[in-house]
Design a binder for this molecule. Structure first.
Ligand SMILES: O=C(O)C(=O)C[C@H](O)C(=O)CO
Ligand SMILES: [Zn+2]
Length: 276
């Protein structure tokens, strides 16, 4: 497991592009045949991926956790961004189609990831936070998610947001997780932007068309910076930072949060005309 440190709110303002990316972008996940984990300093989020090919990939505890097993004191959200696969938790198998979600509760001991077809593997995106209680491991299909239709074609931000793990959906200790799909011709996510002092957030961009990128904006609203994101790149967002983006085409992204509360609408919106 990698250790990853983000910078302070003062330091990022003087960063060159490379320093900024080193601090806020994970661009090395989703390696075929590997399970990769990165332990961040954002509310102790662990961000990772599992892309099983010929054999199943077990979830290790990793030395940093000083735990007997990964979920001994943690909960884990998984969304499959690839072809069909299976996640096995303590002997129970959960088939996972593209964009489906599995919440794995604290106390789950043996977790492993497999693909149905090694030549077209599942691509599991993992997001985990410390947990103080056991909630049941729960699988959700897209139709189980709470769907919100946001934005408009006129504002180039028409998008569908699917909430899986949230206060009125799959229960968890602090993890809130789902994904957003930009509709054809729309490019702006999370516009107008917001911060949420009580939570940090992690975005994983996916389904970006060949030859395209997403310009992800971060920073304090009056001191923003841009991070160019490619397929399955992850942007880390401290609680002081806005997080929004404009693609050169439509795309989708998994969002996930942890912190003080789980209230999705506990956000401080920022007027577009005051962004700098
Ligand atoms: O498109 C959006 O708007 C989002 O997906 C917003 C994220 O869910 C978010 O930032 C929640 O805090
Ligand atoms: Zn947010």
């Amino acid at each position: 497991m990698n250790n990853h440190r983000t910078s302070s709110v003062e330091t990022y303002q003087n960063f060159c592009t490379e320093d900024l990316r080193d601090s806020y972008v994970l661009d090395y996940l989703f390696t075929a045949g590997e399970l990769q984990l990165t332990y961040t300093d954002l509310d102790r989020a662990i961000v990772g991926s599992a892309v099983p090919t010929d054999s199943a990939l077990p979830l290790p505890a990793g030395d940093q956790l000083r735990a007997d097993f990964f979920c001994q004191r943690r909960e884990l959200g998984v969304i499959n961004l690839g072809a069909a696969g299976t996640i096995t938790v303590d002997g129970t198998s959960y088939p996972m189609a593209n964009r489906e979600c599995l919440y794995i509760g604290r106390g789950s001991q043996e977790v492993s990831f497999a693909s149905d077809d090694a030549s077209s593997p599942a691509q599991f995106y993992l997001l985990s936070y410390p947990a103080h209680a056991d909630y049941p491991t729960t699988h959700a299909k897209i139709e189980d998610a709470n769907k919100l239709e946001l934005g408009s074609q006129a504002d180039a931000n028409e998008r569908h947001l699917y909430q899986y793990i949230h206060e009125n959906g799959i229960r968890s200790c602090q993890l809130v997780m789902g994904f957003t799909v930009l509709q054809n011709g729309s490019v702006w996510n999370t516009m107008p932007p917001h911060t949420h002092d009580r939570r940090s957030e992690v975005y994983c961009y996916f389904d970006i068309a060949e030859g395209h990128q997403v310009a992800h904006f971060m920073g304090e609203p009056q001191e923003t910076r841009v991070l160019w994101m490619q397929e399955k790149h992850v942007a880390l967002s401290p609680s002081w930072s806005i997080h929004c983006g404009a693609g050169t085409n439509s795309y989708a992204f998994v969002w996930g949060m942890g912190g003080e509360n789980q209230r999705f609408d506990d956000m401080d919106g920022f007027p577009i005309t005051e962004l700098r």
